[in-house]
Design a protein. Structure first.
Length: 282
């Protein structure tokens, strides 16, 4: 009898330990942010303007008017654009209907269209991203935009290339500005006081950490309330009822201490009852 009661007490203590471990709070997970585009767009503008942009994709395959690999020697890729006058490896981004896409000048062009005001030739994948179309790798065209090949874009230059070319608003390819060293680049746009304040406020905004939400313990109901000790009920039964009706606590150590105390109390009552029986039999 004593051995069984000791095993029962050990089981109850183990259960309480499990309850305490499960109810401990857990921290929130951190979210990684892809801030490449934000850092790119925060660079100081060197030139701003608007122009008509076309698109192309030259991969030296000879398809769809392909004229060969880009003039910079870089392989054709998303973000590679052609300019009739800007230095090669000039960097910036274009804006179309609220969408922003980065580019670098890796080629020359457009040729004749630049005489008509088409001063930027975007790669087909960037053009598709801006217009919501889909790049067709077989035809080297952009599908889903109704055959549209020209869009009006705003451009922002954030870095001038180191070589020859005009460091100012673009001019037609026929002017030959792409082959001359520009020693008098355009002055960077003046940043207004409002823009400075807005940029400072944006940097000062603290990043919100994941909130730790504390679980609220459910209110006791009549069914969940601990049962009152009943006359003639065995101490073991009272101990089991106390454990099964007790609400889980957020502190596992507190739960172990309480259950351990109840177990010792039940053991004392049991031993007292055995001694009483022995005394009456005498």
């Amino acid at each position: 009898m004593s051995a069984r009661f000791g095993m029962r007490s050990f089981t109850l203590l183990a259960s309480a330990a499990v309850i305490g471990a499960v109810t401990l709070g857990t921290g929130g997970t951190a979210h990684a942010d892809n801030d490449f585009t934000e850092k790119f767009l925060e660079k100081q503008p060197l030139l701003k303007g608007s122009t008509t942009a076309s698109y192309y994709w030259d991969d030296a395959s000879g398809r769809n008017g392909d004229t060969g690999l880009p003039a910079s020697g870089k392989p054709m890729q998303k973000g590679l654009a052609a300019s009739p006058s800007w230095p090669l490896f000039t960097e910036g981004y274009v804006v179309y209907k609220g969408k922003k896409e980065p580019f670098f000048v890796g080629d020359r062009g457009p040729g004749t269209p630049s005489n008509r005001g088409v001063m930027l030739d975007l790669d087909a994948k960037t053009f598709a991203a801006l217009t919501g179309g889909k790049f067709n790798a077989s035809s080297l065209t952009v599908n889903g935009i109704g055959g549209e090949g020209h869009i009006k874009v705003d451009y922002v230059i954030t870095k001038w290339g180191p070589g020859v070319g005009k460091k100012n608003h673009p001019v037609a390819f026929a002017t030959g500005a792409w082959g001359r060293k520009d020693r008098n680049p355009a002055k960077a746009p003046v940043v207004t006081a409002e823009e400075k304040i807005e940029k400072a406020e944006k940097k000062a905004e603290p990043k919100q950490a994941p909130a730790l939400v504390a679980e609220k313990a459910p209110e006791k109901t009549a069914e969940q309330a601990p049962a009152k000790p009943q006359p003639g009920k065995a101490p073991e039964a009272e101990l089991a009822a106390a454990v099964t009706t007790r609400e889980p606590q957020s502190n596992g150590a507190g739960a172990i201490a309480v259950v351990g105390g109840l177990a010792l109390l039940g053991g004392g009552l049991f031993l007292g009852r055995v001694r009483l029986r022995r005394a009456t039999k005498r």
